[in-house]
Design a protein around this ligand. Sequence first.
Ligand code: 4GX
Length: 254
Amino acid sequence: MRVQVVTIFPELFAPFLATSLVGRAVEKGLLEVAVHDLRDFTEDRHRSADDEPYGGGGGMVMTAPPWIRAVRTLGGPREPGAAPPRRVLLSPQGRRLDEAAVRELASRGDLLLLCGRYEGVDERVRRTVVDEELSIGDYVLSGGELPAMVVVEAVSRQIPGVVGLAGSVERDSFREGLLDHPHYTRPPVVEGLAVPEVLVSGDHAAIERWRRREALRATLAKRPDLLAAAPLDDADRRELERLAGEAEDEAGED
Ligand code: 4GX
C-alpha cells in the first residue's frame, strides 16, 4: 500500500516514519509513505500557502491553487489503468475515524492524505479534489499532521505481515468490539498487588475464560455503548448479566 501526504511541515513525519511498527513496515516494503511539501506546488516567490479570509475575521485560510495542483499532480493512478488513491482531507468536520473506518481505508487501496493548518482550507479544495473528510475526534488540533499519522499507524496495522503473527490482529478480531482485558508481567507483586492466580496456573482454558470475563467487565464499566455492536454469544450474555448484578450490589452497599 502507498500513502502520500501533503503538508507544509513534512519534517514532522521523519521520526514517525523511521520508528517502530510503521518504520518496520516501510523497511519490509509492505508500506510506502511519501511526504510532499505543499509549498513545492506554490508559484509565487514567497511560496505562500495562506491568505486572509473573504468576509474578514481573524486567522488565515489555506489558499486553494497549491492544493489543487498538488492533488492533480499526485492523485493519479500509480500506473495506467490502476485505481487512483483515495483523497482524504483531515478535518474536525470529517467522518469520525473508528476501527471499521480504518479497515475500510486499508482495504480500498492507496491514500492521499491532505493536512491543513490555520483556520482551514478554502472550501473549493474540498469541493473539487477531496473524496472524503476524516476526523480523528471531537477536539481541535493545530493541523492535520497528527491525524494523518494516526491514520497511517492504524491503517498499517491492517496490512498483512505488518503486525507479527504473535501480535494481535487475529486476537483483536476475536475480541472485536470489546475493550481489552488487563495485562500483567513480572514482577509478581507491585505495590502489594499480586498477579491474578489464574494467570500463573498454566490452565489455558481457564486463562481464556478469565480474559473474556475481564474484557466484558471492562467494557460494561467503561464503554457500555460498545456492547450493542459487539459479537457476543450466550455465555457472554449470561456473564454480562452476572457482572451487571455484581456492579449493582456494589452500588447498593453505600
Ligand atoms: N481530526 N484539525 C485540521 C485545519 C483544517 C480545518 C478544516 C482542513 C479543514 C482535526 C481533527 C483537527 C484542526 C486538523 C484544524 N483543515 N483533524 N486543521 N480533530 O482538529 O482531524
